[in-house]
Ligand binder design. Structure first.
Ligand code: E4P
Length: 217
């Protein structure tokens, strides 16, 4: 399973990059607003740190303007992935970009039918928002199961990019289902390291090693 960092925080991206465990970055208008950064400059900076796919979302909702914005965003760096809303116009833009080899991430997916349309439009990634579904008492993970099953049935190449991840179990359950990617806030990725028995057992080993009076170096 690939991990993307769902953030525009450069320090957090650098920190995660240093682990060698991060495969890409996703942003959205809310994340950019929270960062206070200039959008185009921040995407360029992220692309210098991370050479995997870096999602940059169009701001327009009409076809013609989305095409222009996508062209401009795609010129920032070769790893920019154009993020498009799951609308009729968004998928038209997706179809055109996929035909000329530009990576796309179709966002705001809340149903299996929408995911099927995005795959037919040639999306590189589909982003189902599981946390936002859970928030309204719908099972986000069952949507991931449905999409993975549908894509497998027809051998669609679109990668399932689990989005709106709220806790480590979202990642673990998505991995069990076979989702391709999870995009997560950095703090949630860090939580995967944690286990109280690891801490407790390591403390015992450190103390017992001291008793040997030895040094490896
Ligand atoms: C990522 O591409 C999505 O925009 C993001 O995961 C949404 O997360 P949220 O529902 O926590 O805002």
């Amino acid at each position: 399973m690939k991990f993307f960092a769902d953030t525009a925080d450069l320090d957090a991206i650098r920190d995660l990059e240093s682990t060698g465990l991060i495969d890409g970055v996703t942003t959205n208008p809310s994340i950019i607003a929270k960062s206070g950064a200039n959008f185009l400059e921040r995407i360029a900076e992220i692309c210098k740190i991370c050479d995997g796919p870096v999602s940059a979302e169009v701001s327009a909702t009409d076809y013609a303007t989305m095409v222009k914005e996508a062209d401009k965003l795609a010129q920032i760096a070769k790893n920019v992935t154009i993020k498009l809303p799951l609308t009729e116009d968004g998928l038209k833009v997706c179809k055109g970009l996929s035909q000329n080899g530009t990576m796309t991430n179709v966002t705001l997916c809340f149903s299996a039918g929408q995911a099927l349309l995005a795959a037919k439009a040639g999306a590189t990634f589909i982003s189902p928002f599981i946390g936002r579904l859970d928030d309204v008492s719908h099972d986000g993970l069952s949507l991931i199961e449905d999409i993975v099953a549908i894509y497998d049935n027809y051998d669609f190449k679109t990668q399932v990019l689990v989005s709106s991840v709220r806790h480590p179990m979202h990642i673990i359950e998505s991995a069990k289902i076979g989702a391709d990617v999870a995009t997560c806030p950095p703090a949630i990725i860090k939580k995967l390291y944690d286990h109280p028995l690891t801490d407790k057992s390591l403390a015992i080993f450190v103390e017992d090693w001291k008793k040997t009076g030895q040094s490896i170096l």
